[in-house]
Design a protein around this ligand. Structure first.
Ligand code: NAD
Ligand code: MG
Length: 396
């Protein structure tokens, strides 16, 4: 029986993964080693009971008693906190999903890279913060790293069986998010509720706001560069509001291979779960007759400066990715808390990367987890300073 683990099982990607596992036969077909979640203990316990997991871990120690009570009599072990997460991630599996959101997913992901055969990676932050480290760890343990991000799954499927040296361009599609047609003035006053309302994809809160600012696409450009060893200049972003073409690869002869499908995360998750095979998935088929039209437009660099910042991060290399992600996470928290405006997020990130004491720590490529976490802390401190200085000044 295939041994599997799901980290971030209670989130948007996690719930879709559990859905596919259940449809694939659940506990009768899979040996579920570990599931992890956060504060939604009722859901984590229900998933763990249904799937007969050996261990369920909440990220938060204050929820351990509640988790123990919810699992009483089930035979599922309960654990809590970052060390328990790391321990659970070190248990051997054949397939593991990394779907914790943010840099919090980095330590468990690095652990999974050493303990599983196939690592399905939704946590793009791991590649942004520590791409070289994660790839080296996968290589050392002969772990197959499979992208779950829909764009990167699309690229990977288009490149399947092709010579990587013959790839000329990677073309990442972006929906443009809820503010695609908004003016700068409107965006300056955008609320968290408006930013979360994604027009085509149903995702977690944080990635939805990142989609609205295109910080998500910025992370994805860095993710693609890391996954496919491509220079920033060979990675393009094109806005495609229908979210049907999930990305494209252009080869040296000018041929462009695209991956099309209904926007549903169960498609890329299912591809990674069934790889190297394909199997039917519960994704509604694409109806080209009703669709009729696919639109493409260039992203507006003035309204979406995150894309320019991603290119600067790639050009600078070293620990810039880790600082970029940390500043972005801090900016997102401050925006969600109503401390700064929507457009301030990119200003904050750009200013943090320019701080002399941040620059002093990001010139080296981080070769170990502690270096990444140090850069993360320095950048977060710089972000806190920025927020303290600029709080309440409405941007426009
Ligand atoms: P989510 O917020 O819905 O779920 C996040 C999961 O991580 C939850 O299980 C939560 O309990 C857990 N978590 C949160 N903070 C934690 C912490 N500090 N320590 C440990 N666990 C913690 O997020 P999501 O939308 O499912 O996204 C998960 C990852 O997948 C992100 O890296 C995101 O960028 C990526 N991703 C998501 C989608 C999508 O459609 N949602 C698509 C592509 C990529
Ligand atoms: Mg994506």
């Amino acid at each position: 029986m295939r041994r599997i683990s799901i980290f971030g099982a209670t989130g948007s990607v996690g719930v879709n993964t559990v859905d596919l596992i259940n449809r694939g036969g659940g506990r009768a077909a899979f040996d579920v080693v570990a599931l992890s979640g956060g504060a939604n203990i009722a859901l984590l316990a229900e998933q763990a009971r249904n799937l007969g997991a050996r261990i369920a871990v909440t990220a938060y120690p204050q929820h351990l008693d509640e988790l123990r009570r919810a699992l009483e009599g089930s035979g599922v072990e309960a654990a809590a906190g970052p060390d328990a997460l790391t321990e659970a991630a070190s248990r051997p599996t054949d397939w593991a999903m990394s779907a914790i959101v943010g840099v919090a997913g980095l330590r468990p992901t690095l652990e999974l890279a050493a303990s599983t055969r196939v690592l399905a990676l939704a946590n793009k932050e791991s590649l942004v913060c520590a791409g070289a480290l994660l790839r080296a760890r996968c290589a050392a343990h002969k772990t197959r790293l499979l992208p779950v991000d829909s764009e990167h799954s699309a690229l990977w499927q288009a490149m399947n069986g092709e010579d990587a040296a013959k790839v000329r361009r990677l073309i990442l599609t972006a929906t443009g998010g809820p503010f695609r047609t908004w003016s700068l003035a409107q965006m300056a006053n955008a609320t968290p509720a408006q930013a979360v309302a994604h027009p085509t994809w149903d995702m977690g809160q944080r990635i939805s706001v990142d989609s609205a600012s295109m910080f998500n696409k910025a992370l994805e450009v860095i993710e693609a560069a890391n996954l496919y060893d491509m220079p920033a200049a060979a990675i393009e972003v094109i806005v495609h509001p229908q979210a049907i073409v999930h990305s494209m690869v252009e080869f040296c002869d000018g041929a462009i291979l695209a991956h099309l499908g209904t926007p549903d995360m169960r498609a890329p998750i299912g591809y990674a779960l069934n790889w190297p095979d394909r199997a039917p998935l519960p994704v509604p088929p694409l109806n080209l007759e009703t669709l009729r039209q696919l639109d493409f437009e260039p992203p507006d660099p003035l309204r979406f400066p995150a894309l320019r910042l991603a290119r600067q991060v790639l050009a600078a290399g070293g620990g810039h990715g880790a600082a970029f992600n940390a500043a972005k996470e801090a900016a997102l928290d401050a925006f969600l808390a109503g401390q700064i405006g929507f457009l301030d997020m990119a200003r904050l990130v750009e200013d943090v990367l320019d701080q002399p004491y941040v620059r002093a720590v990001i010139t080296q490529i981080p070769r170990d987890l502690n270096t990444v976490l140090t850069i993360d802390t320095v950048a977060r401190n710089a972000a806190e300073d920025w927020i303290a200085k600029n709080k309440g000044l409405v941007s426009d």
